[in-house]
Design a protein around this ligand. Structure first.
Ligand code: NAD
Ligand code: TYD
Length: 334
C-alpha cells in the first residue's frame, strides 16, 4: 500500500507515521507537509533512515504540486494537514480558510482525477459544537462555534459532497481531544506539563470547568488504521477515548504526577465562544469496525508526562523560538 499522509510533521500525523511504519512493513509512506510553526521534522528523526518513508515540503493548497505528486500513484490519502488551534483561529481566521477548506478541496480534486481508492478526512468533534448532557452521534447536526471548528466543518461538508457527486471514496473521522508525545506546546496538556517543569504559571481559561473527552494519540492512530482497511466509503466515524475531565481536574492530575504545587494554576479571562463540553457517541465504530479505546487514561497521561520529561531539548527548542512571541501575545493581554 502506498499512502500519502498530509501534515505528517505535526502531532497526530507524526505519531501516525511512526505507527504505520511499525505496523505495516509493506507500506510506503509519503509525508507532504508545509512545515508551518506546528510542523517539526524533529518529530520524525527515527523515520528518516527508513527507505519506505519520504518527505516532501509543500502546501496542500498548491494544486500544481498536489497534481504532480498524485501522478505517481497512491492508494490512499490521509489528510491531517490543518491549522489546528482554536486560539490562533480567533486571532486570525485566514490561514484556517486557506489550509482547512481550500487545501482539502485541492486534495479532494486530486483524489477525483487520479482515482485514489481511499481518502480519509481527519476531522474533529468540535464540528458538532458544545453539548451539556449526552453525546453527539455521527447523525447530529454540525454546529461549530470557533473559526477553527467552522473551517473543519466546511471541509467535512465538501468531503461529503465529493463522495456524493463524484464518488470519491471519502471517509470522515471525528476524534475527541488527543494527547501524547510530540504535541505542540500551545495545547493544554503539553503547555501545562512544560510550564510546570519550569515552575511557570499554568493559564486556565474561565472557571476551568470546561469538559473535554481525552484520547491517547496511539488509540486514535489505531482507529485510523482500522478505518483505512475496513471502513466503508461515504461514512463518518466518531473516535473518542471516553475520558471526560474538566480542565481543572486534568491540570490537578498533571501537577500531582509532576509533584508541583496547585499554586501554579492562574485563572485567566475566558476564550471567546469557549465550548463548554465535547462528548461523542462511539457506538458506530465500536459495533461496525470493532475498535474501542484500549489505553487507560491514567497510564497514558503518565507515559505522556514521562515523554516530556525525557525530551527536554525537543520542547526547549520550541519554547525558545517563534512560539515565545505567540505565547506572550495570547496570554499577556488576556
Ligand atoms: P498540528 O497543528 O500538530 O499539525 C498540523 C500539521 O499540518 C503541521 O505539521 C503543519 O506543518 C501541517 N500543515 C499546516 N498547514 C499545511 C498546509 N497548508 N499544507 C501542508 N501541511 C500543512 O495538528 P494535530 O493536532 O496533529 O492535528 C492533525 C489533524 O487532526 C488536524 O486536521 C486536526 O483538525 C485534527 N484533530 C486534532 C485533534 C487534536 O486533539 N489535536 C483532535 C481531533 C482532530
Ligand atoms: P486545547 O488544548 O486548546 O484544545 P481545544 O480547545 O481544541 O479543546 O484546550 C483544551 C481545553 O483547555 C479548552 O477548554 C481550553 C482550555 N485551555 C486552558 O484552560 N488553558 C490553556 O492554556 C489552553 C491552551 C487551553
Amino acid at each position: 500500500m502506498k499512502v500519502l499522509v498530509t501534515g505528517g510533521a505535526g502531532f497526530i500525523g507524526s505519531n501516525f507515521i511512526h505507527y504505520i511504519l511499525k505496523e505495516h512493513p509493506q507500506w510506503e509512506v509519503t509525508n507532504l507537509d508545509k512545515l508551518t510553526y506546528a510542523g517539526n521534522l524533529d518529530n520524525l528523526r527515527d523515520a528518516e533512515t527508513e527507505p519506505r518513508y519520504h518527505f516532501i515540503k509543500g502546501d496542500i493548497a498548491d494544486r500544481e504540486l498536489v497534481d504532480g505528486l498524485l501522478r505517481h500513484g497512491y492508494d490512499a490519502i490521509i489528510n491531517f494537514a490543518a491549522e489546528s488551534h482554536v486560539d490562533r483561529s480567533i486571532l486570525d481566521t485566514s490561514p484556517f480558510i486557506e489550509t482547512n477548506i481550500k487545501g482539502t478541496q485541492v486534495l479532494l480534486e486530486g483524489a477525483r482525477q487520479y482515482h485514489i481508492e481511499r481518502f480519509i478526512q481527519v476531522s474533529t468533534d468540535e464540528v458538532y459544537g458544545s453539548i451539556e448532557n449526552g453525546s453527539f452521534s455521527e447523525l447530529s447536526p454540525l454546529s461549530p462555534n470557533s473559526p477553527y471548528a467552522a473551517s473543519k466543518a466546511a471541509a467535512d461538508l465538501l468531503s461529503h459532497a465529493y463522495f456524493q457527486t463524484y464518488h470519491v471514496p471519502v471517509i470522515i473521522t471525528r476524534s475527541s481531544n488527543n494527547f501524547g508525545p510530540y504535541q505542540f506546546l500551545e495545547k493544554l496538556i503539553p503547555l501545562a506539563i512544560t510550564n510546570a517543569l519550569e515552575d511557570k504559571p499554568i493559564p486556565v481559561y474561565g472557571d476551568g470547568l470546561n469538559i473535554r473527552d481525552w484520547i491517547f494519540v496511539v488509540d486514535h492512530c489505531r482507529a485510523l488504521d482500522i478505518i483505512i482497511q475496513k471502513g466503508e466509503d461515504g461514512q463518518i466515524y466518531n473516535i473518542a477515548g471516553g475520558s471526560e475531565k474538566t480542565n481543572l481536574e486534568l491540570v490537578y492530575q498533571l501537577l500531582g504526577l509532576l509533584n508541583k504545587p496547585k499554586s501554579l494554576i492562574t485563572f485567566v479571562s475566558d476564550r471567546p465562544g469557549h465550548d463548554r463540553r465535547y462528548a461523542l457517541n462511539i457506538t458506530k465504530i465500536t459495533e461496525r469496525l470493532d475498535w474501542k479505546p484500549e489505553c487507560s487514561f491514567d497510564e497514558a497521561l503518565s507515559v505522556t508526562v514521562d515523554w516530556y520529561l525525557g525530551h527536554k531539548p525537543w520542547w526547549l527548542r520550541i519554547k525558545s523560538g517563534e512560539y515565545a512571541k505567540y505565547y506572550d501575545r495570547i496570554y499577556l493581554h488576556r
